[in-house]
Design a protein around this ligand. Structure first.
Ligand SMILES: NC(=O)c1ccc[n+]([C@@H]2O[C@H](COP(=O)([O-])OP(=O)(O)OC[C@H]3O[C@@H](n4cnc5c(N)ncnc54)[C@H](O)[C@@H]3O)[C@@H](O)[C@H]2O)c1
Length: 369
């Protein structure tokens, strides 16, 4: 257990600064007057790239590497691109993943009380699964490599290795053991989501999944092709508990999952390696709503709670584990009473006011009630 934890905060672009500010405020409130977390802000992203030509300064990387955890708002602005057409704002997130080997991208998809799912008849408790997205290999690992020929031909290789697949699948099964099973039947289940019928790299993913699954007889193992998976996540989300999948597939199905529980604003994520943890909402910089004060802060606040949970377990620190639970409770209460809803989830409240309500819910008198 440490006395103080250093948190590197990278606000980023668009709504990034707005939602990261909300999360820092809630995290600080949850830990009371004790200065347990020491926040320091560092620049990265598309706007920085526009100003300086550097999207991810070396000093920001060094601060992130040496911090106890990293909290991110969001980065990227469409149109701010490198000569090859890819977005400069994404250099931070993608660079951090590979440089710190943040191989497990954990994305809970949970329907909270007070939030209406666009899926008819789905209530709180019906949707509660986690997408474990492989974060270090797959198609996205090809960024910056591959072939780009005279603006005529572009090729991005899809690489998957035994080591990479094994560790992410094992992570998914271990995670399933900590959970209460799928909402539909209470069974612990890991679903391998791939495209093994078409590409060898996915066939390898499935083969290694089966090998690892044999070591977890207490957890049900099953398979779904990614195209069918999009159908299943809409028609029978309650069946799912933990889903493990390749990098790009995880990116895509987690947006679909987020849509079923209220949208991008309700989806947190934790990107974990053996030594570092990086926490942000699953959404991007939402340029269409930035600067208006109307961004939904719940995803980033919940990512902050995941950060406390991760730090608390790593360091055996009850203060942090406790604060994580209290934040989840504050979110639960705010949403259940339907008095702190942003526009994307059917309300009219801005992010600063929602943050204020979350902080009030965290006050000792409120939590004791
Ligand atoms: N981790 C990241 O930093 C990250 C992730 C995804 C996309 N991006 C980048 O973000 C930029 C915008 O991408 P996009 O528009 O495809 O995706 P986006 O997630 O930013 O937005 C998609 C839709 O969801 C809404 N939305 C997202 N977050 C919201 C919130 N907190 N509250 C209310 N509504 C919210 C937006 O208004 C938009 O309608 C691009 O530059 C993209 O590359 C960054």
């Amino acid at each position: 257990m440490k006395e103080i934890y250093d948190i590197a905060v990278v606000p980023g672009d668009g709504i990034g600064p707005e939602v990261s500010k909300a999360a820092v405020r809630v995290l600080t409130e949850a830990l009371g007057s004790t200065a347990v977390l020491r926040f320091a802000e560092y620049p990265a992203g598309a706007e920085l790239f526009q100003r300086t030509g550097d999207s991810f300064p070396a000093a920001t990387f060094e601060a992130c590497r040496s911090a106890d955890a990293i909290l991110h708002g969001a980065a990227g602005l469409p149109g701010v691109v490198h000569p090859d057409g890819t977005e400069a704002g994404l250099d931070f997130t993608l660079g951090l993943r590979s440089k710190l080997d943040l191989y497990a991208n954990v994305r809970p998809i949970k329907l909270w009380p007070g939030v209406t799912s666009p899926l008819r008849g789905r209530e709180v408790g019906d949707i509660d699964y986690v997408i474990v997205r492989e974060n270090s290999e797959g198609l996205y690992a090809a960024r910056g490599s591959g072939v780009f020929l005279r603006g005529e031909v572009a090729m991005d290789p899809l690489v998957q290795t035994r080591k990479g697949i094994e560790r992410i699948v094992r992570f998914a099964f271990e995670l399933a053991r900590t959970r209460g099973g799928a909402p539909a039947d209470g069974r612990r289940r890991v679903t391998c989501c791939d495209k093994a019928n078409v590409l060898r790299s996915y066939a390898l993913f499935r083969e290694i999944f089966s090998e690892v699954a044999r070591g977890y007889p207490d957890v049900e193992a099953e398979y779904a092709l990614v195209d069918a998976m999009t159908l299943h996540l809409v028609r029978q989300p309650s069946h799912y508990d933990v889903i493990v999948t390749e990098n790009m597939f995880g990116d895509i199905i987690s947006d679909l999952g987020a849509a079923t529980v209220g949208g991008m604003g309700m989806a947190p994520s934790a990107e974990l390696g053996d030594g570092n943890g990086f926490f942000q909402a699953s959404h991007g910089s939402a340029p269409d709503i930035s600067g208006k004060g109307i961004a939904n802060p719940y995803g980033t606040v919940l990512a902050g709670a995941m950060m406390l949970d991760w730090l608390g377990r790593r360091h055996g620190d009850r203060r942090l584990l406790d604060a994580a639970r209290r934040i989840e409770l504050a979110v639960h209460d705010a949403l259940a009473q339907r008095n702190a809803l942003s526009g994307d989830i059917g309300g009219t409240m801005g992010s600063a006011d929602i943050t204020g309500i979350l902080c009030a819910n965290l006050a000792p008198a409120a939590s004791a009630a």
